[in-house]
Design a protein around this ligand. Sequence first.
Ligand SMILES: Nc1ncnc2c1ncn2[C@@H]1O[C@H](COP(=O)(O)OP(=O)(O)OP(=O)(O)O)[C@@H](O)[C@H]1O
Ligand SMILES: [Mg+2]
Length: 406
Amino acid sequence: MSARPEASAPPADVFITHELARRAPRKTSYRDEKRALQALARQMIDRPGEVLLRLVDLAMELTGSVSGGISLYEAHPAPGVFRWHHLRGLLEKFNGETTPRDFSPCGVCLDRAEPTLTLRPERFYTWLAEADISLPEVLLVPLFTAGDTPLGTLWIVSEHADHFDSGHARTLTELAAFAGIAVHMLQTEQRLQAALEQQAMLTQEMSHRMKNLFMVVQGMIHVSARSAASPADMEDTLSGRLQALAGANALVRRTPHDPGVSDATGPVTDLADLVARILAPHERDPAASGRCRFRIDGPPVQLGERAANGFALVCHELATNAAKYGALTRDAGRVHVSWQQDDGRLEIVWRERGGPAIAAPPAKRGFGTTLADRTVVGQFRGTLSHDWQEQGLSVTISVPIANLSI
Ligand SMILES: Nc1ncnc2c1ncn2[C@@H]1O[C@H](COP(=O)(O)OP(=O)(O)OP(=O)(O)O)[C@@H](O)[C@H]1O
Ligand SMILES: [Mg+2]
């Protein structure tokens, strides 16, 4: 749910926080509250994933509310949004929706950094009315971690107006302190999990590249030996190929500490340049300037650093496969890489000819295809398709031009 923030201030009777102190608090059982918090703390250890839902349920039980939830602040892109999580009761179906940071009761609550009571906020916040949400009273409290980074808010909704009092605000504040710690712990765990998954993927990718590197080098030795006139000639071409291969490998950056898609002359950001460098080790004579096995053509395309890295990876996988199974296994084999920009998209076609005839699409998909696919789809939000023609493989990659500058 999103709507542009209005310039005007809310009517005076939309935020009625002062009413909390005026209304006499109802009798509360501190013992019940303490027991519930202790149970939550135990749950945090046994089933941390469920603790926030239980916390919202508890907030509703202890305050007689009909709905509640947690809004977590997502800062990027600025000014950010709140995303609704762990919604319970009447508003449960809106789980996962977002609301504007600078035009929402949650935003006001975070700015004020104190319990905030609002009466029928849909009179001012048009996105609530548009979603057909009617809220007699909403009590919100800010969620903070140990530091002062605002995480979001914990909020509850009453069935009628004139419901929430200072006792409810106190209860909710206690629960929010707990929720802040729980959210922080869960986020830390998620970040750790993501880092571990990335690490595992990287290890798999490295062993995949290492294995392929040996196969490609072995292929190069065969080709160089076949065509060399003398041992010195073989040494020459082979070391030229290996140097080009080392250069091509260096273009694929896999960790933030890597030097990146660059060489001695600086970053490589031109698509034609990038493709040429990845293919150079497979050229008949990598040191010679004229190309024999490759044709590269397309208009100039400048890539951002991450995009260059992504293309280097995909191109490297295609070239490796061509050297293992396709056109680059034969002397007569050719690869044509071309691209055009049209309708906001860059379309690249990789076409192999002159390799072994392809009888049918492969039955198995290896890690290389997964890697290329994930890069094009995941990083570029593009598409990658294989056309297994008898004369050779054609691969078409299409990506939105807007994603090339990243
Ligand atoms: N250029 C090509 N020409 C002919 N067949 C190809 C070509 N590229 C890939 N293939 C076929 O597609 C299959 C899947 O390729 P993919 O790159 O996913 O796996 P792989 O190269 O066998 O293993 P990995 O990439 O994990 O090292 C290959 O095993 C091969 O049979
Ligand atoms: Mg492969």
